[in-house]
Design a protein around this ligand. Structure first.
Ligand code: DGJ
Length: 540
């Protein structure tokens, strides 16, 4: 663990493994806490020794603040096919009085989740939520001397300063108490898989804090830890950050404006460094108590929006490297992905070993489609539409997608380690994609039969053997050709629909008529997502 902080008074050591537990029944075997593991070409979440795919949803902000309110929610979400729920837990509710903690709500949520065989990712709503500071307890909010605030346009606003060691210490202490408690009550069950630290941090309304301390720091030299990081990682920096640093002459000394230019991009990098230092520090307190995966989420700055239109300093792709330079405690940088360019944003976060974890996104038909792309193409470890408890259509498209993917998740997780999965979303603007898979090119396109063309389609395909593929989804068809133009042609041997029972493929109908367009294509009809296997053969 590496961390750069202005003044982090403690830095406790922790091990990657949770120690063996003692129970009333005697010692239980050594158990490993949920953790991330690089397995071949994918970074996966490993729970109880196996890779785990979070088919999840995030609760709206206040749903989990009351256990009675949550009672009917868990069974509803289980019926929708979720295996994980992203569940807020706020600083104000667990430490209403400084130093006295109340975990009754946390324990109640764990009980309710376990009853429905669900997992939880807790969202630590503390110093900031959507750039504001509404979730700290009143004893924090009211003590502006001890817990200083950000200054915008000449006056203090109700936003805690990320440069305050006292605030970091108080937030970190509460976070550590929560993690210590989770270790006590959950290190055997592993109901809690990960934790989000703060929510959509960054300053809104201006590109940076203009308090006296911030102005002074902004006019001081950029810390060497940052410029040395940029130098050492120049080849893998986010292209936007690299272009900016290149354009300003790759300086390794100078003030923020000298190194990054006289624009609001320098302000944003400055704020990113401050928030990153704070959040890595809070996470370090938590990890010292219980080492489970920790991530931060991002309110994305779309189109021409400027830092301050969105929270400036949050881990936008262009400043993720700045966050990484400030510390290595946080495991994942995540997009709250409501934007229309789902592919572009996913790709910008799924790079340099950062796995794609989508804590917030759209539900409904868009979510039902995007989950196939995220899992099949970007090895996403979590897909989680927001305000999931408000879904009206319990057996809707999202639920069908989750159900379909869950049935083949072990195979997807196994094959993605070798880069043998692809996912896609098709529509009139993107009617086809080609994927090279082993010796074959798989041509995926909108389904079409007897003059009728699907308007949209989505799915994923997995190479399961030298002549065999598994597919899932709806509204698309696949044909194959050889990678080498001189190799024999590729025909469709047989298509079977089927199910997996106890990990074994049990074929159902043999689909060799209209269903595979009389041998012309491996088809997935447009009505409902299905699972099919195809075998291919060669001919001259
Ligand atoms: C993103 C935030 O992270 C959520 O808490 C919530 O405020 C949603 N936006 C609302 O769309």
């Amino acid at each position: 663990m590496r961390i750069q902080l202005y003044a982090l008074p403690i830095l406790l050591l922790f091990t990657g493994l949770e120690a063996g537990l003692l129970s009333a029944q005697g010692p239980t075997p050594l158990v490993t806490a949920p953790h991330l593991e690089k397995r071949g070409m994918a970074t996966q979440l490993v729970v109880d020794g196996k890779p785990f795919l979070m088919l999840a949803g995030e609760l709206s902000n206040s749903a989990s603040s009351n256990l009675e309110n949550m009672k009917p929610v868990w069974p509803k979400l289980a019926a929708m096919g979720l295996n994980t729920v992203l569940t807020p837990v706020s600083w104000e509710l667990i430490e209403p009085k400084e130093g006295s903690f109340d975990f009754a709500l946390v324990d109640g949520l764990l009980d309710q989740a376990r009853h429905e065989h669900m997992h939880i990712v807790f969202l630590w709503l503390a110093s900031w939520k959507n750039g504001m500071s509404s979730y700290p307890p009143v004893w924090v909010k009211s003590d502006t001397r001890r817990f200083p605030r950000v200054v915008l346009n000449g006056s203090e606003v109700e936003v805690l300063s990320p440069a305050s060691p006292a605030t970091q210490e108080a937030d970190g202490r509460a976070f550590a108490a929560l993690l210590k408690h989770l270790k006590e009550v959950d290190s055997r069950d592993h109901t809690v898989l990960a934790i989000q630290v703060e929510n959509e941090v960054g300053v809104l309304g201006a590109a940076r804090d203009h308090s006296d301390t911030a102005n002074k720091a902004f006019a001081s030299p950029v810390p060497q830890e940052l410029t040395q990081y940029l130098k050492a990682h120049r080849d893998t920096l986010d292209p936007e950050l690299r272009t900016l640093w290149d354009a300003n002459g790759n300086k390794t000394t100078g003030t923020w404006a000298e190194v990054f230019g006289e624009t609001n991009r320098a302000d944003e990098i400055f704020m990113a460094w401050r928030y990153a230092g704070f959040v890595h520090g809070v996470a370090a307190h938590g990890k010292a108590a219980y080492n489970i995966p920790m991530y931060v989420n991002t309110w994305l700055g779309e189109g021409n929006s400027q830092p301050g239109d969105y929270p400036s300093g949050g881990p936008q792709p262009r400043v993720v490297d700045v966050w990484k330079a400030a510390g290595s405690v946080l495991d994942i940088y995540s997009p709250d992905l409501y934007a229309s360019d789902f592919i572009g944003w996913s790709s910008r976060y799924h790079r340099n070993g950062n796995p794609l974890f989508i804590p917030e996104t759209n539900s409904g038909t868009a979510g039902a489609a995007n989950v196939f792309y995220a899992v099949g193409e970007q090895n996403a470890i979590c897909f989680s539409p927001f305000a999931i408890e408000r879904s009206r259509d319990e057996k809707g498209d999202l639920s069908i997608s989750y159900d379909t993917i869950a049935k083949i998740a072990p195979i997807i997780l196994d094959r993605q380690t070798a880069g043998l999965t692809h996912g896609f979303v098709l529509d009139k603007n993107h009617p086809s994609y080609d994927f090279t898979m082993g010796e074959y090119i798989a041509h995926v396109s909108l389904d079409e039969i007897f003059g009728h063309r699907s308007q949209d389609g989505y799915g994923l395909i997995v190479e399961t053997g030298p002549t065999e593929f598994l597919g899932a989804g709806r509204g698309f068809r696949v044909s194959f050709s050889p990678v080498s133009p001189t190799a024999p042609k590729v025909g469709i041997g047989a298509v079977d629909e089927g199910v997996f029972e106890d990990g074994k493929w049990v074929p159902g109908l043999r689909l060799n008529g209209d269903e595979n367009d009389q041998g012309r294509g491996w088809r997935f009809g447009s009505r409902q997502a299905g699972i099919e296997k195809v075998t291919v053969y060669r001919y001259e």
